[in-house]
Design a protein around this ligand. Structure first.
Ligand code: ADP
Ligand code: MG
Length: 290
């Protein structure tokens, strides 16, 4: 009996050691049973429910799912713009809950770049000032800030637009300026929330090619999109539903694998649609019964 318990303890210990050792050094994000609740009492609502997720450095993760399933909430928590209600979040090996707000802001500005659907450029500032903005928090002087911003804008062939105002640029150009701004601090991770949502297909293609290039340089990208075609850029496709991870497919960027992934994504989207329909039917029945 004693040896049975001892053996079980040893097994648990061995499992923990294996778990600990298998925590890759290149793991950048680890979520454990993470939930986000809004409201209280009858109005209580879980935007995220018990999410377990590990993302390694260098991955290109595409997150898909119907509107309202929690994609933006998840991205905001990953970017430390919002806090989870329960669960654990480790960023780069550190528990976010144990990092002060001030240090979180510092981490955010040095390691994370944000790209939003609506570009979020300051309309009254020039292109170069917009791109240089994150450097203000690093305490650099204006000349140095402009020098760095100009170099990044050069990568996007936007040098001749440096002193334009954002309103004088096309949507595609504005998003490329926003991408330049997200890169100006040389972050290791880019969080993009529907970055091509407001763009036509040609501008979308240009923006995605830029993101592909950034990924090829070793950066981690986590991108939310509604466009299934963009999964071709991903090394991993996550489908969310009702605040949970419904499917999580690792892919390799070769044509065969991409084709297979597209098929699997289509299948899982179909399953999501069917499930949503079923839930709606049940709700209608319930409403009728009441
Ligand atoms: P998605 O980006 O997938 O469309 P969101 O993450 O924006 O979804 O939202 C998930 C759910 O959480 C939605 O039902 C939304 O209404 C709700 N939600 C988001 N932000 C808030 C908030 N600040 N207060 C209350 N509910 C919210
Ligand atoms: Mg959203």
């Amino acid at each position: 009996m004693f040896f049975g318990d001892f053996g079980a303890c040893l097994l648990v210990l061995a499992k923990r050691i294996i778990e600990y050792m298998s925590r890759g050094k290149n793991e950048i994000i680890r979520l454990k049973s993470l939930s986000k609740r809004y409201g209280v009492g009858d109005a209580e609502y879980y935007a995220l429910r018990d999410i377990n997720l590990t993302i390694k450095s260098g991955e290109f993760v595409v997150i898909m799912g119907p509107s309202g399933c929690g994609k933006t909430t998840l991205l905001n928590i990953l970017g430390m713009l919002d806090r989870a209600t329960s669960g654990e979040y480790d960023f780069d090996g550190q528990s976010v809950a144990r990092i002060s707000r001030r240090k979180q802001a510092r981490l955010r500005s040095s390691k994370i770049g944000f790209i939003f659907q609506s570009f979020n450029l300051i309309p009254s500032a020039t292109v170069i000032d917009n791109v240089a903005l994150p450097l203000v928090y690093c305490g650099f002087g204006k000349t140095r800030r402009h020098k760095i911003a100009s170099k990044v804008l050069g990568r996007f062939h936007l040098n001749e637009r440096e002193f334009y105002m954002p309103g004088q640029l096309s949507g595609g150009q504005q998003q490329r300026v926003a991408i330049a701004r997200s890169l100006v601090n040389s972050p290791s991770i880019i969080l993009a929330d529907e970055p091509t949502g407001n763009l036509d297909s040609r501008s979308s293609h240009i923006v995605m090619e830029e993101l592909k290039e950034i990924h090829a340089q070793g950066n981690t990208i986590i991108m939310v999109t509604h466009n299934a075609n963009l999964t071709t850029y991903a090394t991993r496709v996550i489908n969310m539903l009702d605040g949970t991870i419904f499917t999580d497919l690792q892919t390799v960027v070769d044509k065969g694998a991409v084709k297979k992934t597209k098929l699997e994504v289509k299948k899982s989207r179909r399953r999501v649609k069917e499930r949503t329909k079923k839930v709606k039917k049940v709700k209608v029945k319930d409403a009728a019964a009441n």
